[in-house]
Design a protein around this ligand. Structure first.
Ligand code: TPP
Ligand code: MG
Length: 660
């Protein structure tokens, strides 16, 4: 009798170590045993029924004192008869997956059947596959763990394409398992066949079509490794239905990649780090420009960033994706930069002498016109993704590495370098003057329509004493106002679609975060148009009792589109008015949720308080001033120092702005 043992090291490679011997095996039973570095991580239910964990971890020697084979049985006797679907579910468990966001269909039913038989993984049934992907993003962004999606072939897979692209742009770790038509039908235009691997190639970090059940475990492990290592991103594993049904057999497992082409960097080159520290230390007008990569590098990286900022005394600005990496309440924070960033952040980027870019990618919404971008600064760029270096902006010191490791290196070198620190007195007084412009000021007059800024400022005030709040957004003006008026002192509390700007992201992302943190207050700040793109997910909230709050800043317009039409198309509002809006309160009630209408300033505090305190999910339809524009604004194609404040906005109407 031969015992089949999956003896894998942490990378999933066979370790070759004898871990299990014949003696304790019950010959009637097939054994499913996953071992990593000598520790048993997962044992099949059947096995657990017959052996104690102690027995499994300290197996008795076999009759001949020999270890059992550590590879698949070759003689067909007592083989592990796991189906592909079983392997999928067991491998996910071994990898620590506790939640899957998905939607079933014919090509993925064997996996759904396996999910039905177990209780270790919770499956969240969304109402649209795009929402599964965004929910997985929200789960991933708030926890730091990969989000997992399960969809069927054809339309199931094509519906996740937006979510995959979103995750790719914003570096969110995600593994999406899709069903595919049986191998024999691939390429025949079979029912619900789509070339998922072809379609998702440009919008994933990597993708696989699995051709044999024997390859599944290795492929899934590798998918998680690729999704979570280096610059995180989405990975698709496409599995034909017959591969889900067939048993593992004696197909040799693929070795888990020691890929020559994929070796994510960790620490930066010492010489470059030292040069960077010298430059930053001697700077008179430094700035730290912080992106989402620092959040991806973990809470430890954010702590180190705080230390470096305080040692260097530099102002710190965060990108839209970086909000929360550095406390916005810190005196050195100058707020968000970029198209709708603060006046002080954009001006400081323009005028600095040394810029340290950390985990940020010089996106066009951040840089504005490239030839006007921070023209006189010495630039240092730390990024884990080599392809980002010198992509948009040529830098003086490139450092390829993980933000956490590189920040640790910089802190160490900082104390060693005896070079005297640059005098930043004049710099801070200039920044003080820029701050004095009070670029986020607005006027709320009693009796007038609610200013959207005032709604979010009030919400922020009401949340001031809480540290359990997660905010997601849809896309548009409300997103930018949320970024401007809500403060984030910790990472993982701000979920937004930065790179792709996906309307319909916020509600499912909030859902994913709420599943990860059932006791936190999760609020989706939404627009009247965006919310309709995934509003069906109110049903998912109802089904799982998720108390997500949806705060719609209802201006009856696609406000951001209307604003551009205002600035660049002489106010011709082509198709940006949201006619026939639903009654959002009645709609919430139709889904079995609570709804609330806020129309006037005197209802605001009570209304928002009711929302915050509501035990279950609630949709708040907050009617705001319809034609308000979002400022400050660095118009597309302008440089940072051409930033427009609200008070100067009229001049924009007559400017000849190039549209990007
Ligand atoms: C899927 C998708 N389609 C189109 C756009 C272009 N777009 C950007 S903002 C916006 C309007 C959003 O309107 P609303 O949700 O009401 O937010 P508001 O700007 O009014 O706050 C549109 C159409 C987009 N970002 N995403
Ligand atoms: Mg709107």
């Amino acid at each position: 009798m031969v015992t089949l043992i999956h003896d894998l090291d942490l990378n999933g490679r066979p370790s070759g170590r004898p871990l299990f011997r014949e003696g304790i095996n019950n010959p009637d039973r097939h054994i499913c045993l996953h071992v990593e570095r000598g520790r048993i991580r997962h044992v099949s239910a059947k096995m657990m029924a017959t052996h104690t964990l102690a027995q499994l971890q300290n197996p008795a020697p076999g009759k001949d004192g020999q270890a059992a084979s550590s590879g698949p049985a070759s003689d067909g006797e007592d083989q592990d008869a796991r189906s592909g679907a079983t392997i999928v579910v067991e491998t996910l468990k071994t990898l620590g997956v506790d939640t899957i966001f998905g939607y079933p269909g014919g090509a993925v039913l064997p996996i759904y059947d396996e999910l039905f038989k177990q209780d270790g993984i919770t499956h969240i049934l969304v109402r649209h596959e795009q929402a599964a992907a965004h929910a997985a993003e929200g789960y991933a962004r708030s926890t730091g763990k990969p989000g997992v999606v399960l969809v069927t072939s054809g339309p199931g897979a094509t519906n996740v394409v937006t979510g995959l692209t979103d995750a790719l742009m914003d570096s969110i770790p995600m593994v999406c398992i899709s069903g595919q038509v049986p191998r024999g039908l691939v390429g025949t235009d079979a029912f619900q066949e789509a070339d998922t691997v072809g379609i998702t190639r440009p919008c994933t970090k990597h993708n696989y079509l699995v051709k044999s059940a024997g390859h599944l475990e290795t492929v899934i492990r590798e998918a998680f490794f690729v999704a979570t290592s280096g610059r995180p991103g989405p990975v698709v594993v496409d599995i034909p239905k017959d591969v889900q049904v067939e048993t593992e057999g004696d197909v040799p497992r693929l070795p888990l990649g020691d890929h020559r082409g994929y070796r994510p960097a960790s620490s930066g080159k010492d010489a470059a780090v030292r040069k960077a520290v010298k430059a930053l230390k001697s700077a008179k007008k430094p700035i730290l420009y912080v992106g989402g990569g620092v959040i991806n590098a973990g809470a430890g990286a954010c702590d180190k960033l705080l230390k470096l900022a305080e040692k260097s005394g530099s102002p710190v600005t965060c990108t839209l994706m970086g909000l929360g990496a550095f406390p916005s309440s810190h005196p050195q924070s100058v707020g968000m930069l970029g198209m709708h960033g603060t006046y002080e952040a954009n001006m400081a980027m323009y005028g600095c002498d040394v810029m340290l870019a950390l985990g940020s990618r010089f996106d066009d919404r951040v840089t504005g016109r490239l030839d006007g971008f921070s023209p006189d600064s010495f630039k240092i760029h730390v990024d884990i993704d080599r392809s980002q270096i010198n992509k948009n902006v040529k830098v003086d010191i490139p450092i390829v590495g993980n933000a956490d490791d590189v920040l640790a290196q910089m802190l160490e070198v900082w104390d060693e370098e005896e070079i005297s620190q640059g005098d930043q007195t004049a710099w801070w007084s200039t920044i003080g003057a820029w701050r004095g412009r009070d670029c986020l000021a607005y006027q709320q007059t009693t009796g007038d329509a609610l200013m959207p800024q005032h709604v979010l400022k009030t919400l922020n005030d009401l949340l001031a004493d809480r540290d359990d709040v997660i905010i997601s957004t849809e896309v548009g003006q409300h997103q930018m106002w949320a970024a401007q008026y809500i403060g984030f002192d910790n990472p993982g509390r701000w979920l937004t679609s930065g790179g792709l700007g996906t309307m319909g992201y916020g509600l499912p992302a909030a859902m994913g975060a709420q599943i990860a943190y059932p006791d936190r207050l999760v609020i989706d700040v939404a627009g009247d148009a965006s919310i309709q793109m995934n509003i069906q997910e109110l049903g998912t909230l109802k089904q799982y009792g998720l108390p997500v709050k949806t705060l719609i800043l209802n201006n009856a317009y696609m406000g951001m589109v209307r604003q551009w039409q205002d600035l660049n198309y002489e106010g011709r509002y082509a198709h940006s008015y949201s006619d026939s809006l639903p009654d959002f309160v009645a709609l919430a009630e139709a889904y079995g949720l609570d709804g609330l209408l806020i129309e006037r300033e005197d209802q605001l505090v009570d209304g928002l308080t009711a929302m915050i305190e509501n035990k279950g999910a609630m949709v708040v339809d907050c009617r705001v001033k319809q034609l308000e524009n979002c400022f400050p604004m660095v118009p597309a194609g302008a440089a940072h120092n051409e930033i427009l404040l609200a008070s100067e906005s009229d001049s924009a109407l007559t400017r000849d702005l190039s549209i990007v």
